[in-house]
Design a protein around this ligand. Sequence first.
Ligand SMILES: Nc1nc2c(ncn2[C@@H]2O[C@H](COP(=O)(O)OP(=O)(O)OP(=O)(O)O)[C@@H](O)[C@H]2O)c(=O)[nH]1
Length: 505
Amino acid sequence: MENPQGHIQARRLAFGFTALVIVAILAMESWQVWKAHQQEFRRAEVNATNVASAAAQHARDAVRQADALLVGLIERVEWDGIDKLQVERMRGLMKRQQRYLPQLHGLFIYDKDGNWLVTDKDHVPPGANNADREYFIHHREHADNDLYIGKVISSRSTGDLVIPVSRRINNPDGSFAGVALATLKVDYFVRFYDSFDVGDSGIIILALQDGTLLVRRPFLPESIGASLAKGLVFSELLREAPAGTAIFHGQVDGMERLFSYRQLADYPLVVETGIATRSITAPWLDQVARSAMVVVAMIVGLVLFAQALIRRIESGALAEEELRLAHDALEQLAMVDGLTGLANRRRLDAVLPIEANRARRQGAPLGIVMLDIDHFKRYNDRYGHPAGDQCIRAVAQVVGSFARRAGDLAARYGGEEMTLLLPNTSEAETRAVAEQVRLAVRELGIRHEGSDLGLVTLSAGIYAYIPVPNDNTPDSHLLRAADEALYSAKAAGRDRVHPPEDGAG
Ligand SMILES: Nc1nc2c(ncn2[C@@H]2O[C@H](COP(=O)(O)OP(=O)(O)OP(=O)(O)O)[C@@H](O)[C@H]2O)c(=O)[nH]1
């Protein structure tokens, strides 16, 4: 039969294995989730970088084309002399150029006082003067011939938001003669930026190098002209590298985004693309939710399976325990006499060699008493078999009550014959016990008309086995010796113990 300890171990093993599988599933799933998170961000980073590159290229092309125009116009103006400007011819030239450049809002030439000398526009506001414009002041006060890109302004000719791109016009002596200006439509950039997929809440920004915002997608009129100088890109990142990516909260709306930024090599412009981290994580979260459901289902299935397995192990353990108890009970029953409750013959046969060997080992005597109810056939015949059973039970109870010491055994030898096995008991002591049993049975006072005394009595034969060195007396001999003494007691008249104390038969 299996050890219950084994079941506890099997149960622990089932628990342990299930826990291990669950931990492994969770670890694998966590790793997958982490990897997917990394991938989503890498993909977003590549996307943001590509958009930033395209926006940078687009801005550079738009400005370069306008600048090329300005350089051509200035060359003409300076060659002809600003006082001798052929206004109509120049306007025609400007109009033609304008058609090829969709980003162009207008072309303008101002004299040294800011007066409009020529423009591609048909309508010139009366008394128009741009001497107050930032770009005009810049060129008047700076002798260099560099391109100047100014903050977004509202056009005086159309009201549109435009980015001024300008150069200084010099007199032959190098003194300030005026300004050539190209205005770029903010809308042109917004529309281009709208063509990119940067997710919900994604932004694309074009700004001056000092952080002044020129264009923003989505377009927020109030944000135009705002300064991003204190933002991470302008205050720190651009100082370290002209391009890169970073995650931070946007300055305008405070939303966390993954930003890719890039400073243009040729012009003082910076583009930034920002993809909201929540739109990066949204599909990932979807995936996490889906796989979490699968994992939960797997774990629930596993736990149910483990529970079923453990229940099976436990019910197996219970069944085995019941079986063991039943077996023990059967074993017990097999060793006990059903009528009297004394040990049965099988038990006596099992115990006798054990006690005989013990006696041999210890050199101690082993007392044996064989007891038999007198004239029991007559009792049965007179009172009936059930009453005979009752009588045997009563006598057996008396016999059993004399198995008092550890190792003593009272057994039903068969029929109405019983045996007392008394380890470590001398012949005299054995006789004394047998005598007490005999007297106790008489004292039961069971009527027996077929007996001389009119009472149930018994006869006893005793034998005390006293082992000698190298004794090889067979065990069967011990019982036989007691049985012969019993026969002798019967023959001598019954209701007595043989051999008697004085050795007389
Ligand atoms: N009621 C009952 N009778 C039994 C049982 N076992 C044996 N007997 C009877 O016991 C009687 C034994 O008779 P015998 O062995 O001839 O001897 P006896 O009548 O006891 O006479 P002595 O032993 O010579 O005194 C038989 O009639 C058996 O049937 C039992 O379990 N119950």
